[in-house]
Unconditional design. Structure first.
Length: 754
C-alpha cells in the first residue's frame, strides 16, 4: 500500500488518495514539481525572498499560521506540494507524532532527505538570489566554514557545471555565507596541485609560470574540497595552442601567449614569424574568453576574409586594412596580394585595425588621388579632387597595385563597365547626362572626349549633383520659361520663341526643378550675343558677325555667352554693317538704336566700304523701332574701321599712347558717326581714320589715362569680355587703351578702363 501512494500525490489531508500505483505517483509528482517551477504557470504566489504565512493544520483553522522568510524556490515548490508547515510539537518528535495541530509532509521530506543524502545543500554548490551574480560555495581552507566566491560570467559557471545546477535562494540566505575571493579558471587542491577548469573538467597545469601564460596567478586560485575536485573529471594537460572547436580537423586556431589571445591566420604566417607551435589543447578558445586579444599572427601582404562580417582584408606592415565590399566585388585583389586560405575574426583583427577601408578612390600621404580599377590604379591629375577626403593608404599598400600609364583628367565623362548611365564629373561632383546628344556636347569640353570607364563603386563615392545637359541646350522649366544652358552651370532666359527662332535654337527639352538645381540664371538672351571678342546678330536662325563699331547702333541688350555655348550655335560668316533691308525692301541706316530710312541713292553715296545692307525678317522689324528718315542733304560717307588709314601714320598703341574711342554720331545732318575700332587685328594697330571734311573731328589719342578714365585690377575669373561689359565698353577699346595684342590677361594685371 505504501508503494501505491509512494509520493503522496493526490492524497489530501481532508480526504483519501485518488491516484494509485508507483509509476503514476512518481510520474505525476515529477510533473507537478515541474509545473511549480514554471514562472509562466499558476504557482507564482509564493515569492522567494519574501515573508509568507503558512497554516499549521488543514483541518483546524484555530491552530494558526507561521510567518517566515521564504529562502529558495525549492522550499516554495515543497510548500505548493504539501501546503502546511510543521509546528513545534512535530519538530520535537521527528520520527513520531505531534499534537492535533501538527502536519508532517514538509517535516518528513526534510527528515528523509537528511537521512538519505545529508545536508540539503550538499549536492549543489552554485547559488544565486533573484538579483545577485552566481556564487560558488566552498569550505574555507582555514576555518572549514562555507564561504562564497563570485562567478564572474556565464562561461565560467558552465565550466563549473558539475558543482551545480545553479540553485535559486533568498538574498538573506546567500548573505549568510561570508564573501571570499572571486572565482577564475584556476583552482587548486589541498596539496597545492593546480588545475584549469573548462566544460566541467579539470586540466593539469605544470607550474605557476604556465598559469601566467594564460593570464592567471597561482595566488588567486580558489581551493576546492576533495569532493568538488572529484566531481570534475581529470582530462590531461593544457597547451598554448587552442582550437576554435575541440577535436576539429582544421579551422581557426589561436596561440595563448603573455596573457593574450593571438589568432593564427595560416601556416605561412607561423613560418614567417619563426614560431614553433605546441600540440593542440583539449579545450576550445571560449575557455579563454576572459583574456584580451593580442595582434594576430599574420604575414604581411596577405589577402584574406574577415569571417565575422565576410569582408576581404589585407595585412600590410602589421596593420589591417579592410576592403570596401563594393570595391571588392568589382576587382580581383588576388592579382596584387597573396591569397590566404585562412580567415580572421573581427575581434582579433580589431587589435591592428587601422579603420581605413580600401575604397575605389584613395589617396597617398602627399594627397595624390587614385582611382582603383580591375587593371590597376589610375592617378588623378593634380588639380582634380573627385571627392573631399579619400581614404589615405600608405605607399606599402598602394605599391602592390600597379600604376596605369594614363592619368584621369577632369572634367571627364564617366560610365561604369556594365552601367547604363553616363555622368559628367567635374571637381567633386558627378552630374547625370540624360541623352547621347548631351554627351556629345559635353565631350567637347571634357579633358578627354572619350567616355572613361571607371568602377561603379568609384562613381558612387563622388557626390551626386543634378542633371547636366551640355552647353547650348534649349530647355523649358516648370514655369514655362525658355532657357538656353550657358556653359556648364548657368542658363540664360530666352526672350521669346521668336527670338529662339532667330537664334536657330532647337526644340526645347522639358526640365524639372531638380534637374536645374546646379544651374543659376545669368540674365536674359536676345538677338545680340558676344562670343569671345566677336559680337553677333541673330538673323533667321544664324549668328552673323558684326563689328563693335556697327553693333553699338543696334537696339537691344548684348548677352555674353560662354565659348562652349557658342560652339553649339549656328554661326554664319556674313559681315554685317549699319544698313538693313526691311521685309518691305526699304533701306535703313541704324543709328542710336533706331532705323532711319535712306533713299537708294543716299545708300549708294554714303555706304562707302562698309558692309552692304542685310535683310531682317518680320521678327526683327517688329522689334527695331523706326526713327526719323535721314535728311536728303546727308551725304557723309561712312568709314569702315577695318580699312587702312589714308592719313599719316599714328603713333603705335602702347600704355603711354592709347587711342580713345570715337564719339557716337550726333543727330546733326552735317555729322556722321565715327565708328569705334573693330575687333579685327588691323584695327588694333591703327588709330581711328580721320573723317571727311564735313564730319566732326575725332579726339586725338592720349598718351596716358584721361581725367575721366580709371584703372581696374584683374581678379580671378575675369576675361576682357566680362570687364568690357562691366564698364559699358568693348573688347577692342580695352585692347587699344592698354596696348594689348591678344585677349589674354593675368591675375592682378592693372588695366585702364574708360
Amino acid at each position: 500500500y505504501r508503494y501505491q501512494i509512494a509520493m503522496g500525490f493526490a492524497c489530501p489531508d481532508t480526504g483519501p488518495c485518488t491516484t494509485f500505483g508507483f509509476f503514476y505517483q512518481v510520474y505525476k509528482a515529477a510533473g507537478q514539481f515541474h509545473w511549480y517551477g514554471n514562472p509562466a504557470g499558476s504557482f507564482t504566489y509564493l515569492k522567494v525572498g519574501s515573508n509568507v504565512n503558512i497554516s499549521y493544520q488543514a483541518n483546524n483553522s484555530s491552530c494558526g499560521k507561521r510567518n517566515f522568510l521564504l529562502k529558495s524556490q525549492a522550499t516554495a515548490a515543497l510548500y505548493y506540494y504539501t501546503p502546511y508547515t510543521p509546528n513545534e510539537a512535530a519538530l520535537k518528535n521527528l520520527y513520531g507524532s505531534g499534537d492535533k495541530c501538527s502536519a508532517y509532509g514538509n517535516r518528513n521530506f526534510w527528515r528523509y532527505y537528511w537521512d538519505w543524502f545529508g545536508s540539503p545543500i550538499g549536492g549543489g554548490f552554485l547559488l544565486q538570489s533573484a538579483t545577485s551574480d552566481v556564487f560558488l560555495i566552498t569550505p574555507d581552507p582555514t576555518s572549514g566554514a562555507y564561504v562564497k566566491h563570485r562567478v564572474s560570467d556565464a562561461s565560467l559557471a558552465t565550466a563549473l557545471a558539475p558543482l551545480g545546477p545553479i540553485g535559486r535562494i533568498s538574498q538573506e540566505y546567500l548573505d549568510s555565507f561570508p564573501t571570499s575571493t572571486d572565482m577564475n579558471r584556476l583552482v587548486k587542491s589541498a596539496t597545492n596541485s593546480y588545475f584549469f577548469v573548462d566544460g566541467g573538467r579539470k586540466y593539469v597545469l605544470s607550474s605557476c609560470d604556465q598559469a601566467a601564460t594564460y593570464g592567471l596567478s597561482c595566488a588567486s586560485a580558489v581551493q576546492l574540497s576533495a569532493y568538488q575536485l572529484n566531481a570534475m573529471p581529470s582530462s590531461g594537460t593544457l597547451s598554448a595552442l587552442v582550437p576554435e572547436v575541440v577535436k576539429q580537423a582544421s579551422g581557426p586556431s589561436y596561440l595563448i601567449s603573455g596573457g593574450q589571445i593571438r589568432e593564427i591566420l595560416d601556416s605561412a604566417s607561423v613560418a614567417a614569424a619563426g614560431i614553433t607551435l605546441p600540440s593542440v589543447a583539449p579545450v576550445p578558445i571560449t575557455a579563454f574568453s576572459y583574456l584580451p586579444w593580442g595582434a594576430p599572427i599574420a604575414k604581411s601582404g596577405e589577402l584574406f576574409k574577415n569571417r565575422t562580417n565576410g569582408n576581404m582584408a589585407v595585412i600590410m606592415g602589421a596593420k589591417y586594412y579592410e576592403i570596401d565590399p563594393k570595391t571588392s566585388e568589382e576587382m580581383d585583389f588576388k592579382q596584387w596580394f597573396i591569397e590566404s586560405s585562412g580567415t580572421l575574426r573581427a575581434d582579433s583583427a580589431a587589435t591592428i585595425n587601422t579603420g581605413i577601408a580600401i575604397q575605389s578612390i584613395v589617396q597617398n600621404a602627399i594627397g595624390q588621388r587614385f582611382v582603383l580599377t580591375p587593371m590597376g590604379r589610375r592617378a588623378v591629375s593634380a588639380d582634380a579632387a573627385l571627392m573631399a577626403q579619400p581614404n589615405l593608404l600608405p605607399d606599402s599598400v598602394l605599391s602592390q597595385i600597379p600604376l596605369l600609364p594614363s592619368d584621369l583628367k577632369l572634367p571627364f565623362l564617366a560610365k561604369a563597365p556594365a552601367g547604363k548611365n553616363t555622368y559628367f564629373v567635374d571637381g567633386q561632383i558627378r552630374r547625370f547626362v540624360p541623352t547621347s546628344a548631351a554627351a556629345v556636347k559635353l565631350s567637347a569640353v571634357a579633358a578627354t572626349p572619350e567616355v572613361q570607364e571607371i568602377p561603379a563603386s568609384a562613381i558612387q563615392l563622388i557626390e551626386a549633383g543634378s542633371t547636366i545637359y551640355g552647353p547650348g541646350t534649349v530647355l523649358t522649366d516648370p514655369a514655362g520659361r525658355l532657357l538656353l544652358t550657358d556653359g556648364l552651370s548657368s542658363y540664360k532666359i530666352v526672350a521669346s520663341p521668336a527670338i529662339a527662332a532667330e537664334l536657330g535654337l532647337a526644340k526645347p527639352t522639358k526640365a524639372t526643378k531638380s534637374d536645374l538645381l546646379d544651374y543659376t540664371s545669368s540674365g536674359g538672351l536676345g538677338y545680340r550675343v558676344q562670343c569671345g571678342a566677336q559680337q553677333y546678330l541673330a538673323i533667321s536662325g544664324k549668328l552673323q558677325p558684326i563689328a563693335d563699331a556697327y553693333a553699338v547702333a543696334l537696339p537691344g541688350k548684348l548677352a555674353v555667352l560662354d565659348e562652349t555655348t557658342c560652339a553649339n550655335l549656328k554661326r554664319g560668316s556674313t559681315q554685317l554693317g549699319r544698313f538693313v533691308l526691311s521685309p518691305a525692301k526699304l533701306i535703313y541706316l541704324m543709328s542710336a538704336g533706331k532705323r532711319r530710312l535712306v533713299t537708294k541713292a543716299q545708300y549708294e553715296a554714303i555706304r562707302g566700304t562698309t558692309p552692304p545692307a542685310f535683310k531682317i525678317d518680320e521678327t526683327l522689324a517688329a522689334l527695331w523701332p523706326i526713327g526719323t528718315p535721314m535728311p536728303a542733304s546727308y551725304s557723309t560717307v561712312l568709314v569702315n574701321p577695318t580699312d587702312a588709314p589714308s592719313t599719316t601714320p599714328t603713333p603705335s598703341v602702347s600704355p603711354s599712347a592709347t587711342a580713345t574711342s570715337s564719339p557716337k554720331p550726333t543727330a546733326s545732318p552735317t555729322a556722321t558717326t565715327t565708328p569705334k575700332p573693330s575687333s579685327s587685328p588691323t584695327a588694333s594697330a591703327s588709330a581711328t581714320p580721320k573723317p571727311t571734311a564735313t564730319a566732326t573731328a575725332s579726339p586725338k589719342p592720349t598718351a596716358s589715362p584721361t581725367a575721366t578714365s580709371k584703372t581696374y585690377t584683374v581678379v580671378s575669373g575675369d576675361t576682357l569680355t566680362k570687364i568690357a561689359l562691366k564698364f559699358g565698353t568693348t573688347v577692342t577699346v580695352l585692347k587699344n587703351l592698354n596696348g594689348l595684342t591678344s585677349d589674354t590677361i593675368k591675375l592682378g594685371q592693372v588695366l585702364i578702363v574708360p
